[in-house]
Design a protein around this ligand. Structure first.
Ligand code: ZN
Ligand code: ZN
Length: 325
């Protein structure tokens, strides 16, 4: 864990330092976008999930892992020019000093710290505090303004322990079709199954294999799995397989008689209609957000993704909370 401790109480926070535009979050003081929704001239990209990393930007600053995943996903269209940065390396985009810190969300995921005129603006991107052996642990960073995702910023949402969740699979004596996002979730689930349900054999859909290969390039070598092949399941009739597939394949699969369907997600609505629920999320839940805010000690909180009004209610009279766009 890297801890960055610089903070001043006397700061001039610029209200429009980051604004929401049709192409996504924009900083006019550095003339760059963060996680743009459509191609732009200069982008800083927090991680390679499709809703944060669109192809076709002219110039992209990101971690090397994010670059590798984007290149594998978008082949030649990922970006005209990548400018990869290591975690903690300081660099400037125009007058804004930038530093990337781990967000603990998926391999290579970064929080983006922007320092301008002595004020520290920290954009979390998607982040999690829960342990995940397949990506870098989150770095705790101090900031004057915390720009946080609020996907699960609701006191009713409390993600259960992932080990207890994954152990539910051990008790299922049928083959399992397991839906998971190909980047991050699939690798984490694979690792959890290897450790906690060692009798299960993990089979992977080809689109997930591609991301596993990038993880292996970056030193995540402990995953035990096989490429999916219809014949394997037939030949080994008495073994118990967990076939991990992306959501699109999961949703279009016709339920076979002896195949149990499970979807790994923190969202309740994605658990309906499945044989067993599997609440495993790569986002912070309510208590994790509060813990993180306590550490960051921001003078202001700006929220993105989700509505953030529960946070605003919770911090009423203590920390101003505003929704960005
Ligand atoms: Zn994400
Ligand atoms: Zn996201």
């Amino acid at each position: 864990m890297n801890i960055s401790i610089i903070r001043s109480n006397e700061v001039n926070i610029i209200d429009d330092f980051i604004i929401q535009t049709t192409s996504g979050l924009y900083c006019k003081y550095g003339d760059f976008h963060i996680d743009p929704k459509m191609p732009v001239t200069c982008a800083i990209i927090s991680h390679a999930h499709a809703d944060h990393a669109c192809p076709g930007n002219l110039e992209v600053y990101c971690t090397r892992a994010t670059q590798a995943i984007m290149e594998s996903r978008y082949s030649g269209q990922a970006s005209f020019r990548f400018i990869p940065k290591d975690f903690y390396q300081e660099f400037f985009v125009n007058d804004v000093q930038i530093q990337l810190f781990s967000a603990g969300h998926v391999l290579g995921s970064a929080q983006i710290l922007m320092v301008y005129k002595g004020v520290r603006y920290l954009y979390t991107g998607d982040y999690k505090i829960q342990e995940d052996a397949t990506c870098e642990p989150i770095d705790y960073v101090k900031a004057n303004v915390l720009i946080t995702e609020s996907t699960f910023a609701n006191p009713e949402i409390n993600h259960p322990d992932p080990e207890t969740e994954i152990r539910k699979l051990c008790g299922i004596s049928y083959n399992i079709l397991l839906g998971a996002y190909p980047l991050g979730k699939a690798q984490r689930i694979n690792q959890l199954i290897n450790i906690h349900c060692p009798d299960k054999i993990v089979l992977l859909h080809h689109s997930i294999m591609r991301i596993h290969k990038v993880y292996e390039q970056f030193g995540i070598n402990k995953l035990i799995y096989k490429a999916y092949d219809r014949k394997i399941m037939k030949q080994n009739r008495f073994k118990e397989f967990v076939y991990i597939v992306p959501p699109i394949t999961f949703n279009s699969s016709i339920r076979k008689g002896d195949m149990v369907k499970v979807f790994a997600s923190g969202w309740e609505h994605l658990q309906r209609n499945n044989s067993v629920s599997l609440y495993i999320s790569d986002h912070v839940d309510w208590n994790d957000i509060l813990d993180y805010i306590k550490y960051v000690e921001p003078q202001e909180i700006w929220t993105i993704h989700g509505d953030g009004h529960k946070l605003a209610g919770y911090y009423k009279d203590r920390i101003p909370v505003k929704k960005l766009g």
